[in-house]
Structures are given as C-alpha cells and as structure tokens.
Design a protein around this ligand. Structure first.
Ligand SMILES: [Zn+2]
Length: 450
C-alpha cells in the first residue's frame, strides 16, 4: 500500500510539476522599487562613461521576473509591517500589523511552515532584528512599535539563525532577551570573525555587529569591522547548510536600509545599499551554482520608497555620475557637522565639499563664526544632498512609501512560477505549495494556523 501511495505521489509530482526546492532564499530589498534597481545599473554604466547597463546586477539577470502589488488591506500605500506580513504569511493585513490579520488573529509565516517541514531557518537584515520585515517572519503583534514584545517571539519561533542589527529595546530588556537566548541554546557572535570562531560549536546562532548597534551601518559609511550583508548571507548559508543536510533550509535576507536612504531622498547612499544587497545575492547565487536543481532564489521588495524618478522637471536628462562625489550618508554628514561645534563657515564649507561634492547653501565669508546646532547641521546636510540629487537630475516625489509595483526576480527550482502581475501574497503562498501545504484558500489564508 505504502509503495502504491509512493508511486501515486511520484506520478502526481510528475504530472503537476510541483517544484520542491530544498534551499530557498527570499531576498527583500526594503523600499526597492524598479527605479532603485535601474538607477544603480545606470550609475555603474555612467562610471564607465556608458549610457546603459554594461555592468548588470546579478539578480536582474535571473530568467524570471514579475510585477508585484504592494497595497495593504487598509491602504493603497502599505507600510513595512503590512507588506512584511503579506510577504511572509500570504495575508494582506492592515498597516502597522506584524503577523496578525486585519481582525487581529495571529497568522503564521512561511518561515514557520519551513521549520515545521524540517528545514533550517534563518532571518537576516541590516536593520534591527525586531524591525517590521524580519519580525513579520517570526512574530505576532498588532503594532510594529511594540519592539520588546516583538523581540520575545524570536525565542518562541526558535529559528536557527538570526542576524543583523541588535534587537531594538532598552539595554536591560536586551540583556534579558540575550540571556534567555543563551539558555535556550543560542550562541551570540559579534562580527564576522567572531562568527567564524564560534559557528562550529553553535547549536543556534545570533550574529550582530561587533559592538551593540541597532543597525548595520550604511554601506557608504562602512568601516573595516562592520558586518556586510554579504558576510551575513555567507554566514547564514554556512550555518544553515550544516544544520539541516537532509531537509535543506529557508533563509530570508532583508536589505533594510535601501528604505532608510530613500526616506531621506539620499540617492548615492541608496545606490550603495542596492549594491550591498546585490553582493549578498551573489553569495546565494554562488550557492545556487553548486546546487542548481535544488535551489530557488527570489528577490523582491516590500514597497517602493521615495517615489524616486530618474529625471527632473522639464529636462530630458540624467547625470548620475555626479553622485560619485558623495562619500558619506546624509546621517553621517549631520553627525560630522554637529561635531564641529563652535566653528567657521570655511570649515563647514570644506567638510560639505569634501564629502558631498557641492558647495553648502549660504553666502557667508570663510571666517564667519558658526555655532553648530543639530538643526543647523541637519539643514546644511539635507540641503547639500538635495542639491547633489538635483545635479544628478533625480527627483523624489514622495519622500515616503509609494503604491507602485515592485519588481521580482527569480532563478532556480520553481522560479517559473513567479511571472506576470502578481500580488505580494502570492509569493509565500507559492512557497507554501512547494512545502506541500494546501493553498486552496488563496487570497485568504493558506498557511498553518496555530
Ligand atoms: Zn519597508
């Protein structure tokens, strides 16, 4: 009987062509709309003096692509909590909710389903590990702002690998959380070298920055000891593939600060974040090349941020190459200017020119005394970034999220299921199908309800 059933199942698999990827990568570029991707490629082209895409990102070369809707249950423009929940559970919920439906019921993510299927599970990001997108894969809370409550779910979900910025909460709450994590079998590594020395003996892993930090620094501001998203991804692949040799793994990797840079209308910083995200995807692609018939890589976004337009009112022009002169993020420039305290306009001007490549606004003499305040530093830095973006002929229509389609790119086993115009909820539902979960209720809820 068992044999007959087995044969039937095989036949079913053969006729329906269900893919069964053993290794699933789910990359989410927070805020990464189509123009974020294209701006990055056109920028690389302009650096070579070419208009076009001589140097393509690894994921734009994937064979499958789709347009993905991002609207939430409560609004045409989603926030990261509702879109994270849609991308993780297959439910469109209302803005602000993490892993709960529009009525407040707990709903479970595809990562949870993967764990139940015996796969090792990893959740990684460049922002705090209890931020909206990562937490939508393990937590349940009606408000994304209940950071400490959300962080507790990391232990409840008990996944194998968490990495990114430290949990956002008070120091006391964090120490308590990590103390209990260690008792539960987690090893906490700080920095990539620390990961490498501890990974072998670790049962479960939390990987953070060398010193407690709720974010991994922007790629454009990075120093030697800072984690990169590529290192995080590499560590995740290493750890998870050793954890579950038979059943494989599921890993969600978020490029969380593409969104942050875009909220600030800071194009150069955004482009460096997309490049950093691409470098992380390259790690997965290397893995894919060694496990071609068993690996699926999906790259998408939770929404577009900034309403970025590659063009400026009244001109048929783009000059992205000028962004090359920007050496630090707008946040970093604010901090640098603030540190000047009692200074002169000459020093302020020098700092802005050196790091952004434009003259700061204001018609002052070089020896004019300046009492630097946070507000003044903010204004000078943001004006300089605005002026550089203007020179590059980039406009930002929203400064916040927009409701446009986001792109999806996919390669590997099952990738052909992702094409055309789809809802963000279709992505986890399709992965659930791969995991053998009944998704007849497509559009409503199809995962496992606890
Ligand atoms: Zn987001």
């Amino acid at each position: 009987m068992k044999r007959i059933l087995g044969t039937l199942l095989l036949l079913l698999v053969a006729t329906t062509g269900f893919a069964q990827p053993k290794y699933i990568f789910y990359f989410i570029g927070d805020g990464m709309g189509p123009s974020h991707v294209l701006a990055t490629e056109l920028y690389l082209g302009e650096l070579q003096g070419v208009i076009g895409r001589p140097q393509k990102l690894v994921f734009t070369q994937f064979p499958e692509s789709a347009f993905v809707t991002t609207f939430s249950a409560s609004n045409g423009v989603t926030d990261s909590a509702a879109s994270g929940t849609a991308l993780s559970t297959g439910y469109k919920t209302s803005n602000g909710r993490i892993g709960t439906d529009a009525d407040g019921n707990d709903i479970y993510s595809v990562a949870y389903d993967a764990k139940n299927a015996g796969m090792a599970v990893g959740i990684a990001t460049t922002v705090c590990i209890n931020h909206a997108t990562p937490s939508a894969f393990y937590a349940h809370n009606n408000s994304r702002n209940n950071y400490n409550e959300i962080a507790q779910w990391m232990l409840e979900a008990d996944y194998d690998f968490y990495a990114g910025g430290d949990a956002k909460c008070t120091t006391e709450q964090r120490n308590d959380l990590y103390g209990r994590a260690e008792k539960q079998g987690y090893t906490i590594a700080r920095g990539y070298d620390d990961y490498k020395s501890k990974a072998k003996k670790a049962e479960k892993m939390m990987l953070y920055q060398k010193n407690v930090a709720e974010e991994v620094p922007y790629a454009i501001d990075r120093t030697k000891d800072d984690l990169t998203l590529a290192q995080i991804t590499k560590a995740g692949i290493d750890f998870l593939s050793k954890k579950s040799k038979k059943e494989g793994f599921f890993m969600m990797v978020e490029g969380g600060k593409i969104d942050y840079a875009s909220h600030r209308d800071d194009a150069a910083t955004m482009i460096h974040e997309v490049l950093d995200f691409n470098a992380a995807i390259e790690e997965a692609y290397e893995f894919y090349k060694m496990h071609k018939n068993e690996t699926l890589i999906i790259v998408t976004a939770d929404h577009e941020t900034g309403g970025i337009v590659l063009g400026y009112t009244g001109q048929y022009k783009l000059d992205l190459k000028v962004l090359e002169s920007q050496k630090v993020s707008v946040d970093n420039l604010v901090a640098m200017l603030e540190s000047l305290k009692k200074t002169t306009w000459g020093k302020v001007s020098e700092m802005v020119k050196e790091n952004i490549g434009v003259e700061p606004r204001g018609n002052y003499s070089n020896d004019e005394a300046v009492e630097m305040t946070h507000d003044l530093a903010n204004r000078i830095a943001y004006d300089a970034i605005y002026d550089l973006n203007h020179k590059a002929l980039i406009s930002w229509a929203s400064g916040n999220h927009s409701g446009t389609f986001v792109p999806l790119f996919a390669i590997g086993e099952g990738a052909d299921r992702f094409n055309g115009v789809i809802d963000n909820t279709d992505i986890p539902l399709t992965i659930m199908e791969f995991l053998g979960i009944d998704t007849k209720l497509k559009g409503q809820y199809c995962g496992k309800k606890k």
